[in-house]
Design a protein around this ligand. Sequence first.
Ligand code: NAP
Length: 295
Amino acid sequence: MSSEPLFGTVCFIGIGLIGSSLARVIRRDGLAREIVACARRQETLDKTMELGLADRVTTDPAEAARGADLIVICSPIGTYGAIAQAIAPVLQPGQVVSDVGSVKQAVIAAVAPHLPEGVAFVPGHPIAGTEHSGPESGFDTLFEGRWCILTPQPGTDEAAIDKVAELWRRAGSRIDRMDASHHDQVLAITSHLPHLIAYTIVGTVFDLETSTSQEVIQYSASGFRDFTRIAASDPVMWRDIFMNNREAVLEMLGRFSEDLSRLQRAIRWGEADVLEDLFTRTRDVRRSIVDAGQG
Ligand code: NAP
């Protein structure tokens, strides 16, 4: 399907799973006249060109951002501050900067102070992904039927917000707007804590006797296997998420530890009804997620 372009030039700083998936949507539907991509490694940029995802590529963020109508930062969160600093001198009023980072308060703190007057910042977070990385792992249907949360600060140019929202709508996403700190709390429980649990449980296997850990791998049933998929997510991206959403993750982790202790006690004292009651309620949560089309 081809549409009227929404943008002249769209620039991606970071073109891995998320950036390349959005670039594929833009290419597929003709949503920009030109796509520029920036990454650290020439190898990534060669792959990007080979896949036909960009018209121009560069390792210099400022060169990439110069003159682009929309700049979308799609690199690990820990790189955002330096990227914003690097592109700031070439930015002009009217340009729009957005991002896809999984944490929002820290991203706003790292980016917003560097942006010149008249440049709108529309932070975004597509609630979609896989455990794979790099431009070759993206696909144009990644965002279909998924939410994209925008967390612009009060006073941000509404026309800029609408344009970014429209891009995600064309990618098939549903849009929600919320305060950055609320976003970080919601994501701490729905995404960050589950990843931490997966990293922990898979890590626990390392400490088992060698013979037992080999059996875990050999006989891995859906429970452990599902955790290994989550725990295979990109180490740098997840390091940065935990370093940048400390407060909310620690708050949710505290609640989780209390609930875990309660279950430990129920098992120790043979309180079968406590376990059955919880497992019944959790099954209802799963059903509501499936009913909401997020299964
Ligand atoms: P990815 O596949 O690992 O891609 C990261 C990209 O960033 C690569 O192109 C990498 O280039 C580039 N990059 C790294 N450091 C850079 C720097 N200093 N300057 C410019 N480019 C740099 O990562 P991803 O999964 O797409 O995640 C990107 C962002 O999306 C993260 O902020 C993450 O929080 C967010 N996010 C991820 C998911 C998910 O499930 N994966 C979901 C929602 C949001 P090189 O190859 O040259 O290093």
